[in-house]
Design a protein around this ligand. Structure first.
Ligand code: ATP
Ligand code: MG
Length: 579
């Protein structure tokens, strides 16, 4: 990679160099970049990630972040973080901070290249004045409704606004008065003068500036006119000398407008807009409007609720940045929209956690077991391996004593055929400990099993028998006197339908899953977890991957189940490969 970094001078328009960085694993975006580097159009690349600070980032944004920052890294260029803060009504400093935190957490760095579209308000205003002077923009007095009427339809061209041909001097004067705050919201707008009969509606004299008497979080009350996205975006890209402006497919129809502004304004730099398909995931909504609604109406506990597809939600759930980056790499970039199976994301999380997570034992639905022949008051410290996938993770000691908890589901009074766990008269292995045999099940007056009485075989220490006696089941357990009591939160998909927008009423909330969160209490985990820190991740043997939740306190530990061990996607893949 080092030769890539030497390309230097990202964005400068040098002649083709012999050692221009060329990516090996390609996609259509890299093909374009490779061509631009080979032809000498650019000596290096500059990309940007331009979030609007009106919500938290989600997994779809992660795709765009991995793409933009990833390309910059691969080609030794750079990627800017630019807040597209042109709508003062919906924006918030909390969102800005969360976005910076999430991009960093994902493993990317903009270094000193942090920008705000609002940094360019003066320049944008000058560019707008220049458009008016070229007779390429005019102040229009039509109401919103009238403008809609004049715009025409997909099949019919639009009509000229009665103000379209007003003298340049009049538009200049009105625009200045708009800026000075002489008009109320919505009274006047500045529009580009392009083509009302264009088949592309975006080209039918789009609005470039509107009046909004609102305080902006960065520029305060300096402005009461704000530039529209289409105008702001291309000009910001040009000012920052972006080489490749990568955006999602819905902007394809906006590209002629992007190019029109930069052509007419003759900006020194004219970035190339490239569109790719946005990420859609099953069982998930990704519109920020909907995510905001879920938060505001308290269907979830907040933007970082572990059921949310937000980066902060996934992080709190226990997903790793590496798993998310691998997922984005795996799904790749394409030119047509599709929906990715959520199971694929979970597959990436399991793959990563399998390598990293320490194995521990935790009992979620406890059943007390008394080992009747184990000496009263005796405690043994047994050796347990931390991660069979990683020798260097070492071993730890876990306490064993007369009373333990096992999983209630691991015992059946009348075991069905394929049930290889504990039952009356049956022997099983306690992981890392001993063989135990169930003698009796103790019941209360209602006939519910309250505890089991078992015996252990002292000759099977470590969970192995010298006489070659085999057992079919291995159970996890914790020592009752030593275990830590905790709460465990089990999550399911937030929606019951693969496509949450599929409803009779048109309201996606109809498909919310009432059982998406189940809280289990009390659960018991081995004592070593006392030192767990927020977001520390573990595999609870046979139960899945878990992490310590941020609601935890020293007095009450709370674990989130990140993902179960059952891997539906891997199974699916095997089936597909067989076909
Ligand atoms: P909204 O939902 O409010 O329309 P948005 O999802 O487009 O907004 P932005 O903050 O404007 O949110 O997005 C920043 C960048 O992330 C844009 O370049 C956008 O194209 C990209 N992006 C947003 N959603 C996805 C997605 N699902 N897949 C890939 N990229 C996305
Ligand atoms: Mg957007």
């Amino acid at each position: 990679m080092s030769n890539l970094n030497e390309a230097g001078g990202a964005g400068s328009q040098k002649a083709a160099s012999e050692n221009a960085p060329v990516s090996v694993i390609s996609n259509f975006i890299k093909d374009i970049i490779n061509d631009d580097l080979k032809s000498g159009k650019h000596a290096g690349i500059i990309t940007r990630f331009p979030p609007e600070p009106n919500g938290y980032l989600h997994i779809g944004h992660a795709k765009s972040i991995c793409l933009n920052f990833g390309l910059a890294k691969e080609y030794g260029g750079r990627c800017h973080l630019r807040f597209d803060d042109t709508n003062p009504c919906k924006e918030d400093i909390e969102y800005i901070e969360s976005i910076e935190r999430d991009v960093k957490w994902l493993g990317f760095d903009w270094n000193e290249h942090l920008y705000y579209a609002s940094d360019y308000y003066d320049a944008l205003y000058e560019y707008a004045v220049a458009l008016i002077k070229m007779d390429k923009a005019y102040v229009c007095e039509l109401t919103n409704e009238e403008m809609r009427e004049y715009r025409g339809t997909l099949t019919e061209g639009g009509k000229h606004s009665p103000h379209r041909d007003r003298p340049v001097s009049e538009s200049l004067e009105l625009f200045e008065r708009m800026k000075k705050g002489e008009f109320e919201d919505g009274k006047l707008v500045l529009r580009a003068k392009i083509d009302m009969s264009s088949p592309n509606i975006n080209m039918r004299d789009p609005i470039i500036y509107r009046i909004r008497h609102t305080t902006h979080h960065r520029t305060g009350d300096k402005w009461c006119i704000y530039p529209m996205y289409d105008f702001t975006h291309c000009v910001s890209d040009a000012i920052e000398k972006i080489t490749h402006s990568i955006c999602t497919l819905e902007f394809e129809d906006h590209r002629p407008l992007y190019d029109w502004f930069l052509d007419v304004l003759k900006t020194e730099c004219h970035p190339r807009q490239i569109e790719f398909a946005r990420l859609n995931l099953t069982f998930t909504v990704m519109s920020k409007r909907k995510l905001l609604e879920l938060v505001e109406k308290k269907y979830v506990s907040g933007w970082d609720d572990p059921r949310m597809p937000t980066i902060s939600g996934l992080r709190r759930r226990g997903y790793t940045a590496e798993a998310i980056r691998n997922f984005c790499e795996m799904i790749g970039v394409a030119k047509s929209n599709s929906t990715v199976d959520f199971a694929m994301l979970e597959y990436c999380v399991r793959e990563d956690l399998n390598k990293k997570a320490m194995r521990v034992m935790g009992v979620l639905k406890p059943l007390k077991v008394v080992i009747t022949n184990y000496p009263d008051g005796q405690v043994e410290e047994l050796d347990a391996q931390n991660n069979p996938e990683d020798e260097s993770a070492g071993t730890r000691k876990i306490p064993f004593s007369k009373v333990i908890y096992i999983e209630r589901d691991d015992f059946r009074e009348d075991p069905p055929k394929q049930f290889f766990r504990l039952a009356p008269g049956r022997e099983v292995r306690l992981k890392h400990a001993y063989y135990i045999k169930c003698e009796t099940a103790v019941k209360d007056e209602k006939g519910e099993i309250t505890e089991l009485h078992c015996t252990y075989d002292p000759a099977t220490k470590g969970g192995w028998s010298d006489d070659g006696r085999k057992v079919q089941g291995t159970l996890h357990w914790v020592s009752a006197a030593h275990a830590l009591e905790c709460e465990v939160r089990i999550y399911d998909q937030l929606f019951t339908k693969s496509n949450p927008d599929e409803t009779a009423s048109g309201d996606y909330k109809e498909n919310l899953n009432e059982n998406s969160l189940v809280k289990l209490y009390p659960c018991y985990v081995e004592p070593g977890l006392k030192s767990a820190k927020i977001e520390d991740r573990y595999q609870f043997l046979r139960q899945g991957y878990f992490c310590l939740d941020s609601d935890s306190t020293p007095d009450k530990l709370i674990f989130n189940r990140t993902v179960s061990l059952v891997d539906t996607w891997a199974k699916l893949e095997k089936k597909i490969q067989k076909k």
